[in-house]
Write a protein that binds this ligand. Structure first.
Ligand SMILES: [Zn+2]
Length: 470
């Protein structure tokens, strides 16, 4: 290929580059990578995406996604990533769940499903429940490049079993043994406090509302578990990643521990930032941990803005309205909802109301998730040498959320009926336009992203070249 000839040029957009800020520039792309960035970039391209008047963000990296809860993994890997890329999410961190089996038996099929049907690229996190799974952590890392593992201090009745603190501690030691870059993700809630609170709630409020659900998962259960996890991870030398922080109390524990020198990562989710427990959507918004009141939500926004919360995911768990069973009331409806397609619009819409800058958005939703999971600067930024994953956003476009538009498998959204301002109008994944003006265009091109130690080091070792602006 001659110099200055590109397969795709994204022209005239305002790029939001993490750590650099907004700049009006063109992006030249070939072979799935960004080859050049510059104002009035010289050269020609086979295809041009004019982004005048729009902002261009790095493809969103959603670190927290569940796939295959409702339909087979391969089916959801197709439908839910369709919703993802339409919504600007080009990379997902998928929590794989096998309650009993060895992951070594199933990882090839999971990888295959991503490589042959996903629109987004995907890294995997393994949820660890058994002694065998615990023992095989090093094998999963070595053979499949999985370097993040999840532990549920409190399970979800009927869906996920709980583990005990000794198992968690052993898990931390195993993760620590993998060396730098390995992550122990923990669902932090104290099971004993929840059991008691839930039994009490059923007695007091057999009917109940979405707001009452928060009483079954009190903030002190989250705060206490975070404290335990920080302590045990610190003793084991593991990097703790607190998933889906939901409460002000939990956030205060994190802040206090950081002031005392603890080093760990804190995630919250876009549903917690966009929904409150008084939302008229009711049980369609039932989740674990629960959607909380406006006071807790304001605390989370403050945490996002001041950096106490490092990054934002979705905790997407797609369900159909029928299997959500919202009409069966508080105690019988099931947790989880499809939120991949609304992740970026929710952050844009509510972020503007909360005074969050776009620079902070791309930091929390692109750069930091990619860094934490060892895929930066391949993902999470707009840089020469990085994968050409971009999302073109119309900040003024307003749209009322409806499930059909979102294009996943589900027939509802917890945000349905809400008018959100700020939507993607085009998504580029791996150098190809995969979504445009609300439509999927082109075939799925997702790839599994293994994270081997040497690969992480290679990427981290080339930041100067990767960040060069042509
Ligand atoms: Zn989750």
């Amino acid at each position: 290929m001659t110099a200055g000839t590109y397969e795709l040029m994204v022209r005239n957009g305002t790029l939001l580059i993490p750590g650099v800020g907004p700049m009006l520039a063109d992006v030249g792309i070939s072979d799935g990578r960004i080859l050049a960035i510059g104002e009035n970039l010289p050269g020609s391209a086979s295809e041009t995406l004019d982004s005048r008047g729009k902002v261009v963000l790095p493809g969103i990296v959603d670190p927290h996604v569940h796939i295959g809860n409702e339909m087979p993994f391969a089916d959801e890997a197709h439908t839910e990533t369709r919703a993802a890329v339409l919504g600007g999410v080009t990379t997902i961190g998928v929590f794989l769940r096998s309650i009993k089996d060895s992951y070594l038996d199933h990882l090839p099929a999971f990888r295959d499903a991503i490589d042959h049907g996903s629109y987004a690229d995907a890294a995997f996190h393994l949820q660890i429940f058994t002694d065998q799974q615990l023992a095989q952590i090093p094998d999963c890392a070595e053979q499949h490049g999985v370097r993040s593992f999840k532990f549920y201090m409190s399970g979800i009745p009927g869906i996920v079993p709980s583990i005990k603190d000794d198992f968690l501690y052993e898990g931390f030691r195993k993760v620590a043994s993998l060396g730098p870059g390995a992550i122990a993700c923990v669902h932090c809630e104290n099971g004993c406090l929840i059991e008691h609170a839930h039994a009490d709630l059923i007695r007091r409020k057999p009917e109940g509302t979405l707001a009452d659900w928060a009483e079954a998962h009190p903030p002190e259960a989250e705060a206490l578990a975070i404290q335990t996890a920080i302590y045990l991870a610190g003793r084991a030398g593991a990097h703790l990643y607190v998933v889906h922080l939901s409460s002000s109390d939990g956030l205060e524990v994190c802040r206090t521990a950081r002031r005392a020198g603890a080093d760990f990562t804190v995630e919250t989710t876009s549903p917690y930032l966009g929904l409150t427990s008084d939302d008229p959507i009711g049980f369609l918004a039932k989740m674990v941990p629960p959607i909380r009141d406006p006071k807790n939500q304001t605390a989370l926004w403050d945490g996002v803005k001041d950096g106490s919360i490092d990054l934002i995911g979705t905790d997407n768990t797609s369900r159909m309205r029928a299997s959500k069973r919202a009409e069966e009331g508080l105690h019988c409806s099931r947790p989880g909802f499809p939120v991949l397609g609304t992740h970026l619009p929710v952050l844009l819409h509510f972020g503007r109301k909360r005074g969050m800058s776009l620079e902070t958005l791309v930091d929390r939703a692109c750069r930091i998730p990619a860094k934490i999971y060892g895929i930066y600067p391949q993902k999470g930024t707009i840089a020469v040498g990085s994968d050409a994953d971009l999302v073109v956003v119309d900040l003024d476009l307003e749209r009322v959320v409806d499930a059909a538009y979102l294009n996943g498998m589900s027939d509802f959204s917890p945000f349905e009926g809400r008018r959100l301002r700020g939507w993607p109008v085009a998504t580029v994944k791996g150098g190809r336009i995969v979504a445009r003006n609300g439509e999927i265009v082109g075939p799925p091109t997702g790839r599994y992203l293994p994270r081997f130690t040497d690969q992480v080091e290679t990427l981290a070792g080339a930041p100067a070249a990767a960040n060069a602006i042509a």
